[in-house]
Design a binder for this molecule. Structure first.
Ligand code: PGA
Length: 252
């Protein structure tokens, strides 16, 4: 049985005091390691203060993005080493907002994954199709390309450090969720695609989260699907009660 993961992607939300307060409340409720891996991804400014709160807890810290270079003249960018320094264990790579709003390509994401692994960060690699791609029947093709190009020259040992997040772009922040069977179909395809590199034994241990308008009401039916192993949550992870509600459903 795969240990489920739930990750809160705060995006460009929360000041330092707001992030710290959220982390304190979460730590109070989930101080002991439970049956679910809990990850929170604050904005860069709140990473270090939130890391301080989460010290000595089993809650993990993630960044939402990073640059692939270690250092240099890259105004406005943050390196993998800086994220480790701030207390991060995970980093989200390839979120669709990075792909569409900031022009990140599969080749760039591949460089980021290599750099993250080199620094000891565990990538949460996001993949997913747009509405246009789904409607034109190319979902599987798109997903396969994202995986192949994103993981180019990544060894199978390193692929084991990765967590995947399937996030259909049309479901992110729209209130529209993929139905559990729709999501399951793509999750299964992702696992089979990974299995081609890793073999089934290891692919069957890979965490593949679902993301896109996850909330306390729809979590249960999504998590009932055999290839959905957790959730990457945006909007519903900004409120502590709603996020804790989702964690409790995953713990059942
Ligand atoms: P959402 O965002 O839950 O607000 O749809 C999910 C995500 O973008 O990771």
């Amino acid at each position: 049985m795969i240990r489920p993961m739930i990750a809160a992607n705060w995006k460009m939300h929360k000041t330092i005091p707001e992030g710290v307060e959220f982390a304190k409340q979460l730590k109070k409720e989930f101080s002991e390691p439970g049956d679910v891996d809990i990850v929170i991804a604050p904005p860069f400014t709140a990473l270090f203060p939130v890391a301080e709160v989460l010290r000595d807890s089993s809650i993990h810290l993630a960044a939402q993005n990073m640059h692939w270079e270690e250092k240099g003249a890259y105004t406005g960018e943050i390196s993998p080493t800086m994220l480790v320094d701030a207390g991060c264990e995970f980093v989200i790579i390839g979120h669709s907002e990075r792909r569409t709003l900031f022009g990140e390509t599969d080749a760039m994401l591949n460089r980021k994954i290599h750099a993250a692994l080199k620094s000891g960060l565990k990538p949460i690699f996001c993949i997913g199709e747009t509405l246009k791609e789904r409607e034109s029947g190319t979902t599987f093709e798109v997903i396969k390309k994202q995986i192949k190009e994103g993981l180019n020259n990544i060894t199978s040992d390193d692929i084991r450090q990765l967590t995947f997040a399937y996030e259909p772009v049309w479901a992110i922040g729209t209130g529209k969720t993929a139905t559990p069977p729709e999501a399951q179909e793509v999750h299964r395809f992702i696992r089979e695609t990974i299995a081609a590199d890793l073999g089934y034994a290891h692919a069957s241990e890979t965490v593949i989260m679902y993301g896109g308008s996850v909330n306390p009401e729809n979590t249960g039916s999504l998590m009932d699907q055999p290839d959905i192993n957790g959730a990457l949550v945006g909007g519903a992870a900004l409120d502590i009660d709603s996020f804790e509600g989702i964690i409790k459903i995953l713990e059942r």
